[in-house]
Design a protein around this ligand. Structure first.
Ligand code: NDP
Ligand code: GDR
Length: 337
């Protein structure tokens, strides 16, 4: 029998890569998607399996992390072996504007899922998408036993969800694992996260469609890895005999300014001609520096990053150039499921 996985957040960057990865391993994959008035499945439309195809192994279900009854019903119907809880209001700056909603989905959403698994008495492994944002103000290098000091409503919600997973493990003996992932990017990164905002802008500047790029704090340091490699770490974490918590990171930090410089110079452009600062993108409280120590993941999961900063920048700039060219030539076709 193929193994069955449920992914919340399947329409997001990580969910789409994880779905592809698990399908490649022969899993039957179910994903939770939100009802939306516009298309929100663009990232998974490229998975070449139609749900009405009798050989399909990918199934999407409408649902919300706010809806405990829907989560319970879905678990009862599909009885997954593994649940990957990736769904979240995941934007740090936005979480200052909608703290209630962020706490509800990013924090309480995890409890709703954990409790739905518990009350359904499912023998199922749970992965919680925890974040380096939980470390917040605590200086690098950050590892599994580094104290949390979140600096945003998003970070606070992730700390709550992290401890909920630990508590369900300790209280109910559930298999609940936290992956504490540092920033990871890709051509599928949301366009309002800083790396993608930069690479998308470069493609548009080259095409004469944009002449300024407005950014916030250029001094923040982040440990940027490549998303397709990070979803493998999620899976590896759930294949261990015992549940545990793992930092996943490259171990190298760069400032936002360094990302800007590398990306513009790869495109042969002088960034200082195009980039301007807009304080609207500053955060009320910033996380200055995140650099992870993934020694435990290396030792226990056999996981190590392969794609590092310079290659990541090139991959993203090239992909955005190609995407823009496809959009302009009308080669992009949407699939309506
Ligand atoms: P994205 O923002 O790309 O995806 C978030 C997903 O959550 C989307 O599928 C979104 O749906 C879904 N979602 C949002 N609100 C709800 C809701 N109310 N109910 C159900 N689903 C919802 O995030 P990433 O893929 O980058 O990240 C995946 C997870 O990992 C998130 O939990 C994030 O916080 C966490 N994380 C990410 C890191 C990173 O660097 N990318 C690092 C550490 C942790 P829709 O498409 O409809 O908006
Ligand atoms: P982050 O990612 O907050 O680390 O959260 P983001 O790309 O939004 O910001 C990284 C850093 O860049 C600075 N910055 C800007 N950020 C955005 N979005 N837009 C700008 O114009 C801009 N200018 C400068 C920010 O201040 C920040 O210091 C991401 C998300 O994926 C979370 O869900 C995840 O948990 C963490 O990574 C790890």
């Amino acid at each position: 029998m193929p193994r069955v996985a449920l992914i919340t957040g399947i329409t997001g960057q990580d969910g789409s890569y994880l779905a592809e990865f698990l399908l490649g391993k022969g899993y039957v994959v179910h994903g939770l998607k939100r009802r939306s008035s516009s298309f929100n499945t663009e990232r998974i439309d490229r998975i070449d399996l139609h749900p009405r195809d009798p050989d399909a192994h990918l199934f999407l279900h409408y649902g919300e992390l706010s809806d405990a009854a829907a989560l319970a019903g879905l678990l009862r119907d599909i009885r997954p072996d593994e649940v990957y809880n990736l769904g979240a209001q995941s934007h740090v700056r936005v979480s200052f504007e909608i703290p209630n909603y962020t706490a509800d989905i990013t924090g309480l959403g995890a409890v709703r899922m954990l409790d739905a698994i518990r009350t359904a008495r499912l023998d199922c492994r749970y992965y919680q998408a925890s974040s380096s944002e939980m470390f917040g103000a605590t200086p690098p290098p950050q590892r599994e036993n580094t104290p949390f000091h979140p600096r945003s409503p998003y970070g606070c919600a992730k700390v709550f969800a992290y401890w909920a997973a630990v508590n369900y493990r300790e209280a109910w003996g559930m298999y609940a694992t936290n992956g504490i992932l540092f920033n990871h990017e890709s051509p599928r990164r949301g366009e309002n996260f800083v790396t993608r905002k930069i690479t998308r802008a470069i493609a548009r500047i080259e095409a004469g469609m944009q002449d300024k790029l407005y950014l916030g704090n250029l001094d923040a340091v982040r440990d940027w890895g490549y998303a397709p490699e990070y979803v493998e770490a999620m899976w590896l974490a759930l294949q261990q005999d015992e549940p545990d918590d793992y930092v996943v990171a490259t171990g190298t930090g760069h400032t936002v300014r360094e990302f800007v410089t590398a990306a513009f110079s790869y495109a042969g452009l002088d960034w200082e001609r195009y980039v301007a600062i807009d304080p609207a993108y500053y955060r009320p409280s910033e996380v200055d520096a995140l650099i992870g120590d993934a020694a435990k993941a290396r030792r226990k999961l056999g996981w190590a990053p392969k794609t590092l900063f310079a290659d990541l920048v090139r991959i993203m700039v090239d992909a955005d150039r190609q995407l823009l060219a496809d959009e302009r030539s009308g080669r992009l076709v949407r699939v309506d499921r």
